[in-house]
Design a binder for this molecule. Structure first.
Ligand code: DQA
Length: 149
């Protein structure tokens, strides 16, 4: 059966393209999503994307993911640094979860160095811009392969 992967984008990521392009690049969220979906098609993965500026909506989307998706890729944006609710929702999941950031949050202001998710996700990718989403997709596909070791 075809693998299904959910990609969640948090607050203000709908403004990509216009938003601080020096930090986040010039691609719009639609362009990024189109790239992730195209990469998914090449890899035989069905990619679903979702963006919300609202913490509760993101929590509900994560809660619904367990029986529907094989993995979650999430850029919680500013909620990375504040949201126990998103952390708790991720803890409900029994599927691989990749935390992703366009920018390297550890090279930025100190309040961005703390991630509420980093110790409850499968792994984290930060600092590679849009390419990070494609890396995350490859990472979960690899992670989902039956291991032969
Ligand atoms: C971000 C980093 C966060 O600190 C910031 O609030 C964002 C985007 C990133 O992708 O680099 O909105 O998650």
């Amino acid at each position: 059966m075809k693998r299904k992967i959910l990609v969640i984008h948090g607050p203000n990521l709908n403004m990509l393209g216009k938003r601080e392009p020096d930090k986040y690049g010039t691609s719009t969220l639609d362009e990024i999503n189109a790239n992730i979906e195209a990469h998914g098609r090449k890899t035989g993965i069905e990619v679903h994307t979702y963006q919300s500026n609202h913490e509760g909506d993101i929590v509900e989307k994560i809660q619904q993911a367990q029986d529907v998706f094989d993995a979650l890729i999430i850029n919680p944006a500013a909620y990375t640094h504040t949201s126990i609710a998103i952390r708790d929702a991720v803890l409900l999941l029994d599927i691989p979860v990749v935390e992703i950031h366009l920018s390297n949050i550890y090279k930025r202001e100190s309040f961005r160095h703390k991630s509420m998710l980093c110790d409850v996700v499968t792994g984290q990718i930060a600092g590679f811009g849009m390419f990070g989403y494609l890396m995350a997709l490859d990472a979960v596909v690899n992670f989902l392969q039956p291991k032969n070791i």
